[in-house]
Design a protein around this ligand. Structure first.
Ligand code: CA
Length: 618
């Protein structure tokens, strides 16, 4: 046995002296029958630019060879539109035959399903997880030899050990909650020396961080989630990478990133992307400035970078069978580049969904970034981005549920005014509506632990147009104060670690208070799951009176009346005001309490800080 293995080792060494010329080839493989069939291979190796590549395959044509000032890189443009499944050889030659060598590249069979994949939509509820803080399913990967930062659960900004196996272990919990899609913050390798747990400083775009698992395990997560009727959304970062990224440490070309050349922070003023009065320097610093010292800003106006990002994104969708992207810092990218990136993905998967983080505070500014925007059209801009996030609703709901006394501008009028501006959005039903996320204050912190306020907020996002999104832990009343640092809004989910005293993943392990939060959320979301009128129905809303907001979601078959009483006092609602929606409906069932309500009477009484979600009956 020993002799054989020694022989194999010697054979491998013999092979690798030639093949070691190539340290990396990306994408690592591709597929046939893709719409995207003009492939650009990034080939990385010592002095590789001094070689001439050739291919002996009549179905594959080299259409271009690009070289930069860095001789470690060669970009090979291939037409694979007629290519067949299997491997083909790429020959590299230069003067003196002894140097010649070949490598194999694989084109895999594409699954039929992948062309028709349907992304997440308004029938879904998205559950946002920070994987390092959710559930530790494999303690052996908490620290690894190949990654710099080691586990330290005592440090709020450190790595705590949560991983992909942990998410797989909790799929039933997520399903029971009534969520139907999982958005995990980035799982790709982030091998920065500190604060690597957040994952937004990616160091290897084709590799899952070993502290989370492997590429295969990520694919397995998608499979297992799909088996349970859950979709998987990848958090994609187009704007920047980590400073430890291998491509940053040996830049393919000077203009791969924006260099000033000293560190230059972004001014984060995204209005400069469309403000006709904006100075050029302000616009440049917003777009080209770095998000942070350890996050070099990628130059999406460089075609090599853009192609790399497009291919990497499509590769992950196809490889892991994904149902959507959430794109980080969408509106900080070069806007022409990000538009091409988005369009390329949507051309490949017309029914896919991508939600971009456009963290702005008025609807005109946010709607600028949605596909076919009327605001964007003023300057002939189209991002092709299907979905954006309702940050203005978030602004409203984080304020109004603490406003007991309705004034002209305070209380539920904030929600009403938000939806009054929906005409600005090309598709107001493809917008993410959310209570909180990994960058915002925890909703239960804002509500100071008042479950009644939480219930109102969740009722609102679960019944208005759009795609509701919850942030892990809020559904069990988890708190955390952003003023104490980001680590505090990203606390470990109780029960995610073996010796946790409190296990909120199981009903027997939850405290009474956690159970109350969970039961309410689960009941509402599971009802929503099967209530199509909430997914696609029209909306009519009524100007709030005394801090009570009433709206209807309806279609030809069904109508649901939602009453949100944000007043701390009991209110009496005069029903005749809603005659245009109540029509022939004379009764209804409040799905939150399973109570039958008589709507033929003149009025309806609703307790303070309570909501009713009434399925109307004739
Ligand atoms: Ca782990």
């Amino acid at each position: 046995m020993k002799k054989i293995s020694l022989l194999l080792v010697l054979m491998f060494i013999g092979f690798s002296t030639k093949a070691q010329k190539i340290k990396k080839i990306e994408p690592p493989f591709w597929w046939t029958e893709m719409n995207y069939n003009q492939l650009e291979l990034l080939i990385y190796g010592d002095d590789i630019a001094s070689y001439s590549p050739s291919i002996e395959n009549k179905n594959i044509t080299i259409v271009g060879v690009k070289k930069t000032e860095n001789s470690h890189y060669l970009f090979l443009d291939l037409d694979i539109s007629k290519a067949q499944v299997g491997t083909f050889r790429i020959n590299f030659s230069k003067k003196g035959k002894r140097n010649n060598f070949s490598i194999n590249y694989e084109l895999k069979q594409r699954s039929n399903k992948s062309k028709l994949r349907k992304g997440f939509d308004s029938s879904d509820v998205v559950y946002l997880i920070m994987p390092d803080r959710f559930s530790n399913g494999d303690v052996t990967n908490d620290s690894t030899t190949e990654t710099i930062e080691k586990a330290n659960r005592k440090f709020k900004g450190g790595r705590h050990g949560g991983d992909i196996q942990g998410i797989i272990n909790q799929l039933d919990y997520i399903k029971q909650l009534g969520a139907t899609a999982i958005w995990s913050t980035p799982l790709l390798e982030d091998n920065q020396s500190v604060y690597s747990y957040h994952g937004y400083a990616i160091t290897n775009p084709y590799k899952i961080d070993p502290r989370y698992g492997t590429n295969e395990l990520y694919k397995n997560l998608a499979e297992k989630a799909h088996q349970k009727g859950l979709k998987l959304i990848m958090d994609y970062v187009t704007n920047h990478w980590g400073s430890e990224n291998w491509l940053i440490k040996d830049l393919p070309t000077y203009s791969w990133i924006h260099q000033f050349p000293k560190f230059q922070r972004s001014n984060y003023r995204m209005t400069t992307q469309f403000d006709s009065h904006a100075s050029k320097i302000d616009a440049k610093l917003c777009m080209d400035g770095w998000f942070d010292t350890t996050m070099p800003d990628l130059n999406q106006s460089n075609p090599l970078v853009l192609t790399y990002l497009i291919q990497n994104a499509i590769w992950w969708i196809e490889y892991a069978n994904l149902d959507g992207f959430r794109v980080d810092t969408y509106s900080y990218a070069n806007k022409e580049g990000i538009s091409k990136w988005t369009k390329a993905i949507m051309d490949e998967y017309p029914n896919f969904n991508i939600v971009g983080e456009v963290w702005m505070h008025n609807q005109a500014a946010i709607s600028y970034w949605q596909k076919d925007s009327k605001i964007g059209a003023i300057e002939s801009y189209n991002s092709y981005l299907p979905s954006v996030m309702d940050f203005t609703l978030h602004d409203a709901l984080t304020a109004m549920f603490n406003e007991d006394n309705a004034t002209w501008n305070d209380g539920m009028i904030k929600a009403y005014n938000n939806f009054a501006n929906d005409y600005l959005y090309p598709n107001s039903n493809n917008i993410l509506v959310f209570t909180d996320n990994h960058d915002t204050q925890r909703i239960n912190e804002i509500f100071n632990g008042d479950i009644n306020k939480y219930k109102l907020a969740v009722t609102l996002i679960a019944t208005v147009r759009g795609i509701p999104q919850l942030y892990y832990g809020s559904e069990i009343g988890m708190r955390g104060n952003k003023n104490n640092g980001d680590g505090d809004i990203r606390r470990d989910f109780p029960g995610g670690w073996k010796n946790d005293a409190n296990n909120a993943f199981t009903s027997s392990g939850r405290t009474e208070k956690q159970q109350a939060y969970f039961n309410f959320t689960s009941k509402l979301l599971n009802w929503r799951k099967n209530t199509e009128v909430i997914h696609t129905g029209k909306t009519t809303h009524y100007i709030p009176e005394n801090n009570v907001y009433v709206y209807f979601r309806y279609n030809e078959k069904k109508s649901v009346m939602i009453i949100i009483n944000n007043n701390s006092k009991e209110q009496t609602i005069q029903l005749n005001r809603f005659a245009e929606n109540l029509k022939a409906y004379t009764s209804g069932i409040d799905i939150l309490t399973n109570t039958k309500l008589d709507l033929s009477k003149a009025d309806l009484i609703i307790k303070g800080k309570t909501s009713l979600v009434i399925e109307l009956k004739k």
